[in-house]
Write a protein that binds this ligand. Structure first.
Ligand SMILES: Nc1ncnc2c1ncn2[C@@H]1O[C@H](COP(=O)(O)OP(=O)(O)OP(=O)(O)O)[C@@H](O)[C@H]1O
Length: 334
């Protein structure tokens, strides 16, 4: 039987009275690229810290390739890319990669590392003369120099602009294409959408959804029904399926957990003017699952009226038995 790259079993960690991670269970098979999503303070960094062996859990078990995190690091099978951190000044990109690669028993060839991290053209550049995005690719290169089977990245693109992020992910995909396992946390939903095979949404230290991007969107079961309205709009919130009403100018945007029922009710009320029905995107799903917007998204419109308390979202998710996504309102039996 093939051992999982990562296996977290009922892992818990508290800091004083704050329970940062609360009985979290997560198995990551080899070769998977997994995105860890969650609002600020959800427990992503703490989870990653325990996975890397930097933080000791209060309870539960962390296994990496069947052994301890420390053993995986020692064997060169797991490496992490720090969000920031100084690079040795006055040496070139090639030199610093060669230096770090030399510390491993079976490193990748430096030229291979350079090409994978899209640094070939910068090989002769001093590391203290790089842009933020380029320096981040060097950190990535250092993480893969030892040819690890698992790379763990805590918000790898947090400070990068769109172009630098694109180049970074280009390198990451090349590495993933070699059958490697990648776990990354991010606030950028589109990164999870585009680059992960699987998304795990955590909130308050627990898994609240687990599946592919499509599955996560489906589990939130929310669609936006938009129409043109005149006059009173207060009745819209009482329509079947509607969980949120947002009025922008003459357009009403209804978030619905049952768009068929909502549209039928609108038809009965003879209110189908300029109707549009759009499926949920990942951000909608994230809000439904956590009750909060991701840190980088635009602020909620001041006219939005939330009709559904956040705590009900996982219940909506769990109303879909048979879904491959496993929302976990009570437990984390992933
Ligand atoms: N060393 C610590 N001491 C005290 N509290 C901590 C410590 N580390 C984390 N916490 C708390 O634990 C909770 C989870 O924090 P964590 O950093 O894991 O979340 P996160 O999902 O990574 O957040 P962010 O997206 O903001 O980085 C938060 O309430 C945080 O304040």
């Amino acid at each position: 039987m093939s051992v999982n790259a990562v296996s977290l079993a009922e892992v818990t960690k508290s800091f004083g009275t704050v329970r940062a991670v609360d009985g979290l269970t997560l198995d990551i098979p080899k070769g998977q690229t997994l995105a860890l999503l969650g609002p600020n303070g959800a427990g992503k960094s703490t989870t990653i810290g325990m996975l890397l062996g930097l933080t000791v859990p209060d309870a539960g078990q962390v296994r990496v390739f069947g052994g301890t995190p420390r053993a995986a690091v020692r064997a060169g099978r797991m490496s992490a890319m720090p969000q920031e951190g100084g690079l040795i000044p006055r040496v070139t990109v090639r030199e610093v990669i060669g230096f770090v690669a030399g510390a491993y028993a079976a490193p990748l060839a430096v030229d291979d590392v350079l090409a994978t991290a899209r640094l070939t053209d910068l090989a002769g550049r001093r590391v203290d003369r790089l842009s933020g995005g380029q320096a981040q690719r060097v950190r990535f290169a250092l993480a893969l120099a030892g040819d690890p089977d698992l790379i763990v990245l805590d918000e790898p693109t947090a400070a990068l602009d769109v172009e630098a992020r694109r180049e970074f992910w280009d390198g990451m995909r090349r590495y993933a294409a070699r059958g490697k396992t990648i776990l990354f946390s991010t606030h950028y939903l589109e990164e999870a959408d585009e680059h992960a095979d699987r998304i795990v949404v955590i909130d308050r230290g627990r898994v609240v959804a687990d599946g592919t991007s499509r599955e996560i969107k489906r589990v939130a079961a929310l669609t936006t029904v938009s129409l043109t309205v005149d006059g009173d709009t207060s009745w819209l919130g009482g329509l079947p399926g509607v969980t949120m009403v947002e009025i922008r100018g003459r357009r009403a945007h209804l978030r619905s957990a049952d768009s068929d029922a909502t549209v039928m009710a609108l038809a009965e009320a003879r209110a189908l003017r300029d109707l549009e029905v759009s499926p949920a995107d990942l951000e909608d799903a994230f809000v439904a699952l956590t009750g909060r917007r991701p840190a980088t998204s635009a602020a909620v419109s001041a006219t939005a009226t939330d009709l559904d308390p956040p705590a009900s979202a996982p219940a909506a998710a769990s109303a879909r038995p048979g879904s491959p996504v496993r929302p976990a309102p009570e437990g984390n039996d992933v």
